[in-house]
Design a protein around this ligand. Structure first.
Ligand code: HMG
Ligand code: MG
Length: 307
């Protein structure tokens, strides 16, 4: 049975912009996040406190948070890989939620965070405990849930193990990342069913990249298995700097169009979302990249199909 409503977690300002080849001005990031909140997105990843040597695009996250005008009821999580990142998050303005990120594949864990899966989880134990002591909510990510750029196939049981540990350590939600977008619907369902043995389905999120054009099909498949939280990126921004060939997350506009068409509530306004996408596109010097954004741009009025 499909959910009646879906929580959309907007990851474009982090997962999207972390992968931009050039520097994106802090003001453009702030404008984007504020426009996404105005469109009704309830959760907007605002940046990450990772090593600026590894991901220079996120080095201004503290400045973004200081400049941001927050909307009541909207959550603005930031990624944190270690204690140093947690300290930076706690010192920054207004952080109430962080996300830690592990992987189901050893090679990806090393490339992304320079440690094994087990070492990463041991680090997170301290980070999660420290964050919760400070009153922060913690979300967990597992990468490479449907394939690894270095190892190929990934066993659902490996995903379930890492997701289960993150949940047991205190993550209120675990987001399952098809980092390189190689998954297909039945594999996605099998993976979710395996993870559901360790983490309740209503605490799981789908974080699917659209590299092979499978993301919407995979999302529909996992919604049929009880997933009602979906990560997406406005205008399909992004990729992952440590997964060569990974394209952006599934575009928020495309997910919203599908959910609207199925009568599934999100609270997100299509016209305002399109304006947010057009704004960041203009700042990056690119036209909107979502299929729906392009299709609706050809039509008038601009909010056609929004209901
Ligand atoms: P390391 O080199 O092993 O760390 O990197 P280290 O502890 O040896 O420190 C090296 C240097 O980094 C030191 O500086 C530290 O101070 C500094 P130096 O002494 O050389 O001047 N440093 C930091 N600076 C700022 N903030 C910090 C921090 N930590 C250390 N938090 C580390 C280990 C984890 C830090 C590194 O590998 C890293 O930052 N990795 C992050 C990579 C990343 O952000 N990837 C993208 C996000 S994950 C993703 O996109 C997937 C996801 O979307 C889901 C999916 O799609 O699957 C979530
Ligand atoms: Mg991602």
């Amino acid at each position: 049975m499909l959910p009646q409503s879906v929580k959309l977690v907007e990851v474009g300002p982090r997962d999207g912009l972390q992968n931009e080849p050039g520097a994106v001005p802090t003001a453009a990031k702030v404008t984007l996040i504020e426009a996404l909140a105005a469109a009704g997105l309830p959760v907007i990843e605002a940046g990450s406190f990772v090593s600026p040597k590894w991901v220079p695009q996120m080095a201004d996250t503290a400045d973004v948070l200081a400049a941001l005008r927050r909307r009541p009821g909207v959550s603005y999580p930031v990624l944190v890989p270690n204690t140093k990142g947690l300290e930076a998050a706690l010192a920054a303005t207004g952080v109430e939620e962080i996300a830690v990120f592990g992987a189901a594949s050893e090679s990806f864990s090393r490339r992304n965070t320079n440690c094994s899966i087990a070492e990463g989880l041991a680090r997170f134990a301290g980070v999660i405990a420290g964050a919760r002591d400070a009153g922060l909510r913690v979300r967990g990510y597992v990468s490479c849930v449907l394939g690894c750029p270095y190892e190929g196939a990934v066993e659902p049981s490996a995903v379930a193990r890492v997701a289960g540990e993150l949940f047991d350590m205190g993550c209120y939600e675990v987001s399952l990342g098809d980092t390189i977008g190689t998954g297909t619907p039945l594999a996605a369902q099998r993976m979710v069913d395996a993870v559901a043995g360790r983490v309740p389905r209503d605490r799981l999120a789908a974080h699917f990249h659209d590299t092979y054009g499978q993301a919407l099909a995979n999302l529909l498949a996992v919604m049929e298995r009880g997933i009602a939280t979906i990560d997406s990126s406005v205008s399909g921004l992004g990729g992952c700097p440590y997964a060569r060939g990974a394209s952006g997350n599934v575009a928020t506009e495309d997910v919203l169009y599908m959910l609207n068409g199925m009568g599934i509530e999100t609270g997100v306004d299509m016209a305002a979302l399109l304006r947010a996408g057009a704004g960041i596109g203009a700042a990056l010097g690119r036209p909107p990249a979502s299929r729906v954004g392009r299709a609706l741009a050809e039509r008038a009025p601009p909010d056609a199909g929004a209901a």
